[in-house]
Structure formats: structure tokens, C-alpha cells
Design a protein around this ligand. Sequence first.
Ligand code: DIG
Ligand code: MN
Ligand code: MN
Length: 403
Amino acid sequence: MHSDPYAPHPEHKFSFGLWTVGNRGRDPFGDAVRPPVKPGDLVRLLGEVGAWGVNLHDNDLVPIDASSAYRNQIVRDFKKACTDQGVVTSMVSANLFFDPVFRDGALTANDPAVRAYALQKTLRAMDLGAELGAKTYVIWGGREGTETDACRRPDDAVVRLRDAVNYLCEYNLANGYGYRIALEAKPNEPRGDAYFPTTGAYLAFITTLAHADMVGVNPEVAHEHMAGLNITHAVAQAWEAGKLFHIDLNDQVIGRYDQDFRFAAANPKAAFFLVKFLEDVGYNNPRHFDAHAYRTEDHEGVKDFARGCMRSYLILKDKAARWNADPEIQAILTEIERDRPGVPIVEKYSESHVKALLAYSFDRIEIGKRRLPYERLDQLTIDLLLGVRDGRAAGTTPTRKAP
Ligand code: DIG
Ligand code: MN
Ligand code: MN
């Protein structure tokens, strides 16, 4: 019997948060529709569907007021479930958004006691993650924001977050945890406006940190889409800066609330270009599906959701390989990237180069005549995605070396 070419395997590094497959379907206008599932049972579900890793916020696993004895028991049980299922804990975070104490934010809140409590809670979440073997720590500032800018100067929020992240980096070093800290952006929800609304905002912020090398980003598809942005451009800028430490894969209709749909469920073409980018550059960090099943789903439907995330990723990975191998697509790429012999191309400044550039006469009318068959190129992409083009013409090899 042929094995499923789109079945997940550990090398794909597919992970899910406990809060994703454990999502009970509650929304602002409706109560939970699915019963709670214990963390150990969620790990068994992830093992059953073929996931590699599990992620968690501190309180997804340990109740906020648990005694240290109870906390230690929970951790022991969870580690055993992960070992039994061959599931690794790949990322941890602290829930700095659910408890009412964080109603004005956490690390950027006006009340110094709230900021200190949020920092303590984060330190303990880092301890927890280290015990579980996680090497990525995500900070999503879900409550860091405002409904009115009368409440604080926004640059005070920047300073407070920088002080907190610098402190956490010192703690990471002092304990030898070896975390890479990934900052996750979101433009709004649950706050009216979130600080650091996009991945780009965090890339700028990271340059101002004391340990910038230890800090990267965790872009989420839905969050960049909510801001009307192109997720692949955000991811590419992060990758180029060496800051793509983690990624939250899901899907989202632009301009809507945070839908956290199954990966590629809303915009498969955008998902294709994201997967193509990740695979072309050899991204090898966790592929985390920060998403949840439709509220209409039951427990079996949650498994369908998880399987669908991974399956769609692997289908699009296969489509990307076909795109890279497709002779007509490659021929068009070669055509549109042709050199311009003799033209002083833009390179590092030098006295000789700038003299040649200033002396060169451009025939802009002639230059403007070069064909750019993007309609054909995009239609070939659509043909591939819609399954009416194979991409791998038998016996042909790509005329252009794939990236
Ligand atoms: C929401 O997109 C956020 C939280 O679920 C979590 O802190 C982070 C990590 O994936 N994503
Ligand atoms: Mn989200
Ligand atoms: Mn996320």
C-alpha cells in the first residue's frame, strides 16, 4: 500500500500549542462547545495525528494558583506523556493576558506591581520550559496596548518592554537555559491597539536591546493579515535579518478579527508562497500551527483540523518543488532576471563606479520595452495550485537552478 506522501513526520517539525488543539470553542458571543481535555490527553492526540512538538503557556499546563508540589506532579506527568508519545516540547510562553490583573497590560502596565508580577510569572515560565526541554521562548504582548492613548505615553511602553526583555535575556544567560526569545506581533485584539503591531515593528525594536542576538521574531500569518500585510514579505525580512526564530502558521481573511483558521484554509495562494519561501531558504525551526478548529467541531473534528494543517503544508511543499522544477516557469524566471551587460549595475559605492554610473547614458525607452510575462507566470502558478499542471514534465530538468 503506498504511504501517504502528505503524511507528517518528525523531520517536518510540526508543532501545536496545548491551547490550539485544546481550544474549547469559546468566543466573545458563545460559551465553550467542547469539554476540557487534559494536557496528557492532548499530547496523546498530537502523537496520534503525527505532530512532532507541543507548545504551551505556563497556565495551559499548571494552574495559576497551583502549589509547588502539585506543579511538580503535573510536570512529571506531562513529561511522561511527551516521552510516551515521542512528542517534544518545542516552545513555551507565559500567559500574560487572561487573568484580570493584566487588564491594563502586563510588562507595559502602568502599575509597577503588575509589571513586576508579569516579570516573575515569565521567569517561572522560563524555568518550566527549561525543565521540559524547550529552546524557544515566545513573548506575545496580547494585552500590551491601549483603548485610549491618554493612559500612558507609548514610548514609555517601549522602554518598559525593553527593560523587561533585557532582564529576561540576563536571566536566560545566568541560568544557561539557551533560549532564543521570539517576539510575536499582533495589531489589535484583545486591546484596541497593540504596541508593536507588526513583525517589522519588532525587528526595529530588537536592534535597541542589550542582547539583540538572543532575540528574534515569531510572525503569525493571521496577525500580519489582520494588518493587511503580506506575511511572506514579513517572514522574508525576518529571515534575511537572521531573526526568524519561530513561526505561527494559520490563516485569516484580511480585515477580520483574529480567526486563527486551519493553515491555508482561507488563502491557499498566500500560503503557497509562504511555504515556498520557507522551503526554498531551508527554514529548519519549528513549524507551529497557532490555530484552532471551527467552533462547530467536536473532538474528532479537532483531529481533522490538526491533520489538515500539516497535510496542507505538505501539499504546498510538494507544489513548491513542482514550481521550482517546472521548465516553463523556470524559463520565464530566467527571462525576467536577464542581466544587462555593460550597464554599471548598482553595487558597492566606489569612486570608479560612481564615475561610470554618472557617465552612462540610459535609453529608458528601450529599457522600458523588456517583457515581464507575470500574467503567464502567475497563471502557471494557479494551474499548479489548482492541480491542472504537474510541474514536473517527465524527463526535463529545470533550466534555472532552484534557489
Ligand atoms: C496568539 O497568537 C499567541 C498566543 O497564543 C501565544 O502566546 C503565541 C505563541 O504562539 N501566539
Ligand atoms: Mn492569532
Ligand atoms: Mn500566535
